[in-house]
Write a protein that binds this ligand. Structure first.
Ligand code: FAD
Length: 281
């Protein structure tokens, strides 16, 4: 199928993009286009105007400010995968990116597009939640930051308003005490996950603390598993797996039944717990 007709506007600055969003009704931002164009071609959406933000300078940077790593909205997945700063200071994101789609899609798809699109089976929203990161937003009334816990509101629904632009994400820079874990089950490598898990923790070398589990593919948004987190922080792996019965309530979907998803979530938890407890050099 072909998309419904649309107008195209290229924004040269954030101000221009915000003005265009205000002036043109039913407009949509275009970043990497890897999700948006598919929805247009399938006529799942029919915006009147696409506002291309690829020409906005400064949104394609990865910067470290003290204890925080900021990843600009227009950083491509492939660019993040090559970044030594991401490898060292955001290792959870480095582990997750190879699971996102395929090289051609990772060459165009952006970090900002992935977070803004908020697919419940996507890797990066779950990483942002596990890392207790935040989203930087610029809109008509200025800039603001929204924590991941508050950003993902429902199925493909976020805290972004109609004139908002996601300018980047910020995550705490990993330290020697940080531990991360990531794994997922997908039908084929590169497919959206049936079930996945992104996790973070701190360790003193013996015990884990501040465990955060963010499951994806199990609900309308990435889902924290708080009882399981507490159990693992107490050193009780079996209890953590059992706690998923109350932490998660995955719906049946075209990939798997709820029962299968629950089982896979337990398998992932055991695998990821092992990663969190690995001693790193
Ligand atoms: C075959 C295929 C397989 C895929 N598999 C996976 C996968 O396994 N895991 C995964 O996570 N993703 C997957 N994707 C999606 C891919 O990761 C996309 O890159 C990503 O979801 C969207 O990024 P984008 O830059 O292409 O955004 P676009 O497609 O340009 O935009 C997506 C949406 O976000 C909005 N948007 C984009 N940027 C901003 C911004 N800065 N501020 C506000 N709103 C914005 C757009 O208006 C649009 O509504 C797959 C895509 C395809 C085509």
């Amino acid at each position: 199928m072909k998309p419904a007709p649309f107008a195209y506007a290229r924004a040269g600055s954030l101000e221009e993009a915000i003005a265009l969003l205000g002036a043109r009704s039913e407009s949509r931002l275009l970043a990497g286009g890897q999700s948006l164009l598919a929805t247009l071609n399938m006529r799942l959406s029919a915006p009147r105007t696409l506002i291309d933000i690829n020409g906005i300078a400064g949104l394609d940077r990865i910067t470290r400010n003290g204890a925080t790593i900021e990843i600009g909205a227009l950083v491509r997945h492939a660019q993040a995968a090559r970044s030594p700063d991401i490898a060292e200071f955001a290792p959870l994101i480095a582990r997750a990116i190879p699971h996102i789609a395929h090289p051609a899609i990772r060459n165009r798809g952006t970090i900002g597009g992935s977070i803004a699109f908020a697919d419940p089976a996507a890797e990066l929203p779950a990483c942002l939640l596990a890392l207790d990161g935040e989203v930087a937003i610029t809109g008509a009334s200025g800039t603001r930051a929204v924590k991941a816990d508050a950003f993902f509101k429902g199925l493909y629904e976020t805290a972004l308003g109609p004139q908002d632009i996601l300018t980047g994400i910020r995550v705490p820079a990993a330290s020697a005490q940080s531990r991360v874990g990531f794994d997922e089950f997908a039908m084929r490598r590169g497919d959206y996950a049936m079930v996945g898990l992104a996790a973070t923790a701190r360790t003193d070398g013996r015990n884990l603390a501040d465990v955060r589990f963010a499951f994806f593919g199990v609900g309308q948004t990435p889902v924290r598993a708080k009882k399981a987190e507490a159990a693992l922080a107490n050193g009780k792996l079996d209890d953590a797996v059992s706690a998923l019965a109350t932490d998660l309530d995955p719906p049946d979907d075209i990939q798997a039944t709820s029962k299968v998803k629950r089982h896979l979530a337990g398998v992932l938890l055991r695998r990821v717990a092992r990663q969190l407890m690995e001693v790193t050099a």
